[in-house]
Design a protein around this ligand. Structure first.
Ligand code: KG4
Ligand code: ZN
Length: 366
């Protein structure tokens, strides 16, 4: 089946087409085409996403992206619309002014072209993104593959969320821990602002931290001491606001003559502290629940230090590790198409009148 995915929950407008089918016990997945329009430049001066600005940009972008993705070589929009079997849209969680744009756009398409529509949980979409191959490549997922993967611990870590789930199988999740305050990506974004490194903070901090020379590593540990909040707590919750405050107070005390060097030291230590906590908690959860694997999803999983540390830790603990391709770590509509595909297999009542009942839900839980 051909699935049109639409994503507008935060600051990326994205539309994608995915071909997917279930044949016997196997799933076939073939991403066709996707576009993501980032609003980074618009939100950068504010150091974070401004919901009403995001909403306005989604309105401006959607129509254009829709045409870009759907028009084939002959610019025949109608022909390809005819082929679409399902519309899949993120309906939560996210910023309500942003979600409303995508949901209403999708509902209008479903009504106008008489297509079935399904609302997708953005967090589930991040979780499933490790299954996506690159555009125009085909992936077959067999029962044997799924047996190797599940049960799994999922770490979903982005600008708005940091949570751990226990996944018995695709579609069967239990929330086992989440952040009590800031998300890990938010911590990157806010501490980056303190250091004057710009937005989004994750890539900015990672780039600054790379400037460290090997012989400076010991000095960093003497000069910058940041907490690893809740790293040894017996639960699977996180807390990152204390780390942000620690950076604020410690960096304020640095004399301006040393700020250039110390900025790099702080960036290195912030990345080290956040990734230490994420890895430790995820591995503890996998051991506690005796899962076969760990699955990462969300914008922060683009972070190379996190990927490397998790890889090492997973190996040491005999766990399989599944990571999304870099292009599917941050918000994108291909993952929304994929989640819609799996959800539609469970939900047989989806039809061309489903748009009636679909509403955005900013606080949707997994
Ligand atoms: O999943 P995403 O695109 O949007 C939300 O659903 O929130 O994640 C965006 C977050 C931002 O906080 C950004 O700083 C972070 O992902 N991020 C990174 C990296 N790339 C993006 N964090 C650390 N390292 C990166 N390379
Ligand atoms: Zn996201």
């Amino acid at each position: 089946m051909l699935i049109l995915g639409i994503e507008t929950s935060c600051d990326e407008t994205s539309i994608a087409l995915l071909e997917a089918k279930k044949e016997g016990a196997n799933f076939f997945i073939q991403p066709q085409k996707s576009v993501v329009s980032s609003q980074i430049k618009i939100h950068a001066p504010y150091g974070g996403v401004v919901p009403m600005l995001a909403s306005r940009e989604h309105v401006k972008n959607l129509d254009y992206l829709f045409n870009q993705v759907l028009k084939d070589n002959n610019n025949d929009l109608k022909k390809i619309i005819k082929k679409i079997d399902l519309i899949s849209v993120t309906y939560g969680p996210g910023l309500i002014p942003a979600l409303l744009v995508g949901v209403n756009f999708s509902k209008t398409l479903a009504w106008a072209f008489k297509k079935p529509i399904i609302g997708v949980n953005h967090l589930e979409a991040h979780f499933l993104s490790f299954l996506l191959p690159d555009e125009n490549q085909k992936k077959i997922i067999s029962q044997k593959d799924l047996k190797q993967i599940f049960p799994a611990i999922g770490l979903i870590v982005s600008g708005g969320h940091t949570l751990l789930i226990y996944a018995q199988k695709i579609g069967d999740y239990r929330l086992i821990g989440e952040t009590r305050d800031d998300a890990a990506g938010e911590c990157f974004d806010k501490t980056s602002r303190i250091l004057g490194l710009g937005y989004p903070g994750g890539p900015a901090i990672a780039k600054e931290a790379q400037k460290i020379k090997i012989d400076e590593l010991k000095e960093i540990k003497n000069e910058v001491k940041l907490p690893r909040p809740m790293i040894n707590s017996p639960d699977f919750d996180f807390s990152f606001s204390g780390l942000k405050t620690a950076v604020l107070y410690a960096y304020q005390k640095i004399p301006s003559s040393q700020k250039r060097k110390m900025k790099t030291y702080f960036a290195y230590e912030i990345e080290d502290a956040i990734t230490d906590v994420l890895v430790k908690k995820t591995i503890s959860a996998a051991k506690y629940f005796q899962t076969k694997s760990i699955i990462l999803g969300g914008g922060v999983t683009a972070n190379k230090v996190l990927r490397d540390k998790m890889n090492e830790a997973a190996k040491n603990n005999n766990l399989n590790l599944y990571l999304p391709l870099l292009k599917y770590t941050t918000d994108n509509a291909m993952m929304v198409s994929l989640a819609g595909f799996f959800d539609s297999l469970k939900n047989k009542t989806i039809n061309q009148n489903s748009w009636h009942n679909l509403e955005a839900d900013a606080n949707l839980k997994i």
